[in-house]
Design a protein around this ligand. Structure first.
Ligand SMILES: C[S@@+](CC[C@H](N)C(=O)[O-])C[C@H]1O[C@@H](n2cnc3c(N)ncnc32)[C@H](O)[C@@H]1O
Length: 205
């Protein structure tokens, strides 16, 4: 069970290798997994009225946010993850639901969404990929759509994942392509992440 933000595993594999993530699911080494919908995302989802929104959750892991969306009546939800072991588990867990499960690399994924939810995917990527993340994310969101979710506002004492960051870094990174409508400390984080998460709501320019 997830108890802190420190989900580092010491091995020599590149985190860009799907096998890295696959192995972590195979060995149950999933310290990031809260076992429940992220409270800030839950509160955000609760205030969404349009159940027809086309929603993407990249790096979705065990997809608690997707389960919550389905429970709330959203029907156009796609989860994307690079780890085959995980997506196979999701196909079983969500059989018979409307959830779209895509096994792919985020950077290759094509689509257009009203809303993309960010929950410990950005921090799982090598910082050298952050500009590509921002550029590709921009292509995935329809005009008037949103990138919403949480980013860490802390550093970590070791190489990631997770990789930390600051509000200023995120501002510099996202502002060229997104209007930064909201970026503020979460008031409702999981107890283990209190004071370490920023809630973001960015709109593509
Ligand atoms: C730290 S985990 C977070 C999982 C989930 N969001 C959560 O909070 O429980 C990062 C997830 O991103 C996935 N992932 C890593 N790189 C990816 C990529 N390039 N494309 C799609 N998924 C990726 C991993 O397989 C893993 O499930």
């Amino acid at each position: 069970m997830f108890v802190n933000s420190d989900f580092k595993k010491n091995d020599n594999m590149e985190t860009t290798d799907p096998q890295y993530w696959n192995n972590r699911y195979l060995t149950g080494d999933t310290g990031w997994d809260m076992g429940r919908v992220s409270p800030p995302l839950q509160a955000y989802i609760d205030q969404l009225e349009n159940k027809d929104l086309e929603i993407l959750i990249p790096g979705a892991g065990n997809s608690y946010e997707a389960a919550y969306l389905l429970e709330k009546g959203f029907r156009r939800v796609t989860v994307l993850d690079i780890a085959p072991v995980l997506t196979a588990q999701l196909r079983q867990a969500f059989a018979g639901t409307d959830l779209q499960i895509v096994e792919d690399d985020f950077f290759r994924h094509q689509g257009r969404y009203d809303l993309v939810l960010e929950q410990t995917f950005f921090c799982a990527l090598e910082p050298s990929l952050r500009r590509d993340y921002v550029m590709h994310m921009h292509t995935l969101i329809k005009p008037g759509g949103h990138l919403a979710g949480v980013l860490f506002n802390r550093s970590f004492s070791h190489d990631g994942p997770p990789f930390g960051g600051t509000e200023n870094e995120y501002r510099e990174l996202f502002a060229p392509l997104f209007e930064l409508k909201t970026m503020e400390l979460c008031y409702n984080s999981h107890p283990a992440r209190q004071g370490t998460e920023l809630f973001i709501n960015f709109l593509p320019k």
